[in-house]
Design a protein around this ligand. Structure first.
Ligand code: SER
Length: 597
């Protein structure tokens, strides 16, 4: 039996031995990335470095990253898809490329994990008008001993990764699939069918990141060629132990067992409802337990969290679990995940309270909403219609708090469809969430390094310091999100800022802009960063060296902060700074939105 923690140790040791430095898992809530709500892959926090910024730890990195993806939410309940999962990754930032990356993947799988090569099928990019077919990659696999007949060429939809957003680093990839019960070679058609049937399971993806997709849709060569790999921890643990699904993995099994034990009827680990509850509660606890303090709401990350919790509650009702159950399941999640992610233990009180509150809020409306929908569907059926219109779905959201998936699922069970596109439009209009649509937010994306966002990155450092200088020295950053239009900054403070404080903060920042201070960075040890008083998260940092940005003029240091960049060269580039909004986001956490003009 190989446990999750055994596999993590093996992976990290293997890559450390090959010159990779271990970096810590970033938060599930991305810093300064306007285009994603959650960290969906280990590469997200590394975007500036993939685009060419030097990383303080060098050109070879590895880690275990907590990830959340909701674009596959409909598939949850099958053998292999999870919304929250852990990703093992190794990166070359302009160092080794295809050949060496593939050799290392092969060696890790076949020597370290002792998987026979007959278990694998490999996919490579078949080429298109922009980029040629990847014969080079296929021949590397063949040289290593993979039979030619186990190597399949597939189009962009399958063998191209990124950019997760509209623009950013991307490239063809080569993926490693494991066949759960067969050693026979397959034709490409049969292979594709068996992937859909979940007989093949993708366990690792090596992205050969050599292009930057720019706004006009063109692919430019990146200044450096990178390798970005991601191996699914739960899937790999499952296949190594001969399991046929991820619910048997040691960080998932105790949770589904708890759900099964709470169900009054006869059920087991194969039950789809039990699997959905397990997956969604695990994800919800990891979001709530993150140090960034996200709570259920109707916008952004809070809305996704709400959807996960509410969908769990509905499936619990289907299983006949009555009364509150979230906290009891969450306790098992904290137990299963707390060893690797201490923050979940630290924040467990908040996790339980928020789950209890959300469960109370939704349970009261679930029953009434269900009755309302059943009546609506009866009317529609009598009128010979088969689609619930957008307004009907939106009313359910507004009056009963039904997230779209719940409405879609309930309609599907009764043979109706929902105008989901129309719902998305109403949702966007109603929430004014942002320029990106609500549905877009379920997809990944990458930060842009445009001039506008670069300026706002620097303004964020100044705002962070101004809050301490003007309001309270114990203030620190709880979250940050930057779009080309504005910065958004969350910090620990329990009161509304007065008009006078707002004005003083703006003046503080504008004075530094007027002072024409230089912005520079230095790579230094964590100890040195602490000694020079750099702001940043020091706890649980594995890195021995960090990048510290300083904003200073003639011996006066205005700000010093650990950060990946990028930043402007001189504060004069910001012209002027203005706060446009302040609000509360959670107990003890406030949010400021600001612009540079
Ligand atoms: N970014 C790639 C993926 O998510 C490799 O990690 O599959």
């Amino acid at each position: 039996m190989i446990s999750s923690s055994d596999l993590k140790k093996k992976y990290i040791k293997f890559f450390q031995k090959r010159g990779h430095k271990l970096i810590q898992s970033a938060s599930l809530i991305p810093e300064n990335d306007p285009s994603v709500l959650f960290t969906t892959a280990g590469m997200h926090p590394l975007v500036p470095f993939l685009l060419g910024e030097p990383h303080p730890l060098g050109k070879r990195l590895c880690n275990v990253q907590k990830c959340l993806r909701t674009d596959d939410i409909e598939d949850v309940g099958d053998a292999w898809h999870l919304t929250f999962f852990e990703m093992l990754g190794n990166w070359s930032l302009g160092d080794y490329f295809k050949d060496e990356a593939i050799k290392m993947s092969f060696e890790f799988l076949t020597r370290e994990l002792s998987i026979p090569k007959e278990r694998f099928s490999i996919t490579c990019f078949e080429g298109d008008k922009d980029v040629p077919r990847d014969d080079e990659v296929a021949s590397t696999w063949e040289r290593l001993g993979v039979d030619k007949n186990r190597i399949h060429f597939l189009p962009k939809g399958d063998n191209w990764w990124g950019p997760a957003g509209r623009t950013g680093p991307c490239g063809p990839d080569t993926e490693m699939f494991y066949h759960v019960n067969d050693l026979q070679e397959k034709s490409t058609e049969e292979f594709s069918r068996l992937c859909k049937d979940q007989v093949f399971c993708e366990i690792w993806n090596d992205v050969l990141m050599q292009y930057n997709k720019i706004a006009e849709g063109k692919f430019e060569n990146l200044t450096q060629k990178n390798i970005d790999t991601g191996m699914g921890l739960e899937r790999t643990v499952a296949i190594l132990n001969g399991f046929s699904n991820v619910y048997e993995c040691d960080t998932v099994a105790p949770i589904i067992d708890k759900v099964v034990s709470m169900s009054p009827g006869k059920t087991d680990r194969a039950n789809r409802d039990a699997r959905i509850i397990t997956d969604h509660m695990r994800a919800a606890v990891m979001i709530l337990g993150d140090d960034k303090g996200v709570v259920p709401s109707n916008v952004d990350q809070g809305y996704i969290l709400r959807r996960l919790i509410r969908r769990s509650i509905r499936h619990a009702k289907i299983l006949g679990i009555n009364g509150s159950f979230c906290k009891e399941v969450a306790e098992v999640v904290v137990e299963a995940m707390g060893e690797s992610y201490q923050e979940v233990r630290r924040n467990s009180k908040r996790v339980f309270e928020e789950l209890d509150n959300e469960e109370k809020r939704f349970s009261t409306t679930l029953e009434n909403g269900t009755k309302h929908l059943e009546r609506e569907l009866q009317f529609l059926g009598e009128a010979g219609q088969k689609t619930l219109d957008a307004k009907g779905a939106f009313d359910l959201f507004q009056s009963f708090g039904f997230p779209l998936e719940i409405t879609v699922e309930m309609c599907r069970e009764k043979g109706f469809s929902v105008d989901e596109t129309g719902f998305g439009k109403l949702m966007r209009e109603h929430q004014e969430l942002s320029r990106r649509g609500a549905e877009q937010k379920f997809k990944g994306g990458l930060a842009d390094n445009s001039e506008a966002t670069t300026k706002l990155h620097t303004a964020t450092h100044l705002l962070n310091q101004a809050l301490r200088a003007v309001v309270d020295t114990s203030i620190c950053q709880m979250g940050s999100n930057i779009t080309p239009e504005r910065l958004r900054f969350d910090f620990n403070y329990d009161r509304k800022l007065t008009d006078d404080q707002i004005k003083k903060i703006e003046d503080w920042v504008n004075n530094v802009i007027k002072a024409e201070a230089d912005v520079s960075f230095e790579i230094m040890s964590v100890d040195a960063a602490k000694k020079v008083g750099a702001q940043g998260v020091f706890e649980e940092r594995y890195e021995q060296t960090v990048k510290v940005y300083t904003i200073a003029k003639g011996g006066t240091i205005y700000s010093r902060e650990i950060c990946g960049g990028p930043h402007v060269k001189n504060t004069r580039e910001l012209h002027s700074f203005k706060i446009i909004k302040q609000e509360a986001v959670a107990a003890g956490i406030r949010r400021i939105k600001a612009v540079v003009i």
